[in-house]
Design a protein around this ligand. Sequence first.
Ligand code: NQM
Length: 358
Amino acid sequence: MSYDDTGVRCTMLRAGTSRGLYLEARDLPADAAARDDLLLRLMGTPDPRQIDGLGGATTLTSKVAVVSPSEDPEVDVDYLFLQLGVDEATVSDRQNCGNILAGVGPFAVERGLVPAAGDETSVRIRMVNSGSVAVATFPTPDGRVEYRGDVAIAGVPGTAAPVVLDFADTEGSATGALLPTGHVRDTVEGIEVTCVDNGMPVVLALAESFGLTGHEPHEQLAADAALLDRVDTFRRKAAELMGMGDVSRASVPKTVLLAPPRDGGQVSTRSFIPDQPHTSIGVLGAVSVVTGMLLPGAVGSELTAGWPQGTSQVDVEHPTGHLLVDVVVDASATPPRVVRSGVVRTARKLFDGTAYPR
Ligand code: NQM
């Protein structure tokens, strides 16, 4: 079938601080190469402006969720995340996306893949990229998804209904281990790092190791070509230690630079995804950062000394505000174990209709 004439049924949602195209697997070609070609043409990739497609000229708005009913009785739907390039014709399934995940439950109810269950519906979602499961809970009064609400998240104007995400089995999502190098601390290019993967493989280093305060605005980091180059070389070397091989064309691992907080949070972060600075921070990226920091001896663990006792919520500062994550780690286990992780996001349906590839 040619999609050029018929187009393809597609929903666009803003989910967390990302925006994506949500499609049902049954509406797409079964062959992965044909599917990827169609998605690239829908998004308008490759083109730095994506002027002839639905992408928003950034990686955070060139994301796709492919959703299908699951054959596994333990979950409701399968969610495959695909990261499309902007100016390069790449489609990668090597990472999860916790922001796009926030739209999967509402999409599944909208499409009748999962029935609404009273005032609130919980959808069990398998993240196909890693095999791990998340439960998304959101309001569904009168059997319809309610996007309106009073929860504000940094990086998104206004307020919307909460989508609560609880993660399970995210340890080693892309690398097979919470500590992919086997150590809590390593040295890469003379810089002390902690490599950790609790949903997203990240390389943690102190911002001061890169001659930064860790409070620089996004625009300043984005304009610093020498820094971006250095971060990219650094993460490629770290990826080798993490057993990830050549990641020159992969969107993982991410680098996250840490600094003491300065806006009432518990840590300040500057993330690179993978070689451009993030305007905020990824969801699973932030979960992985906090997980790493909670391990004794890890880079950044010294910053946890003043963290309040009796709560597992951690306020992560990023260039455009705060992200609150909930992480419990059993650091006394060998190897350390994640007990719980979660986060609150919001989502909003932008359109539902037929999208035409170029
Ligand atoms: O870490 C960006 C985002 C992400 C990924 C990226 C994400 C996550 O902000 O779970 O959400 O790391 O490329 O959407």
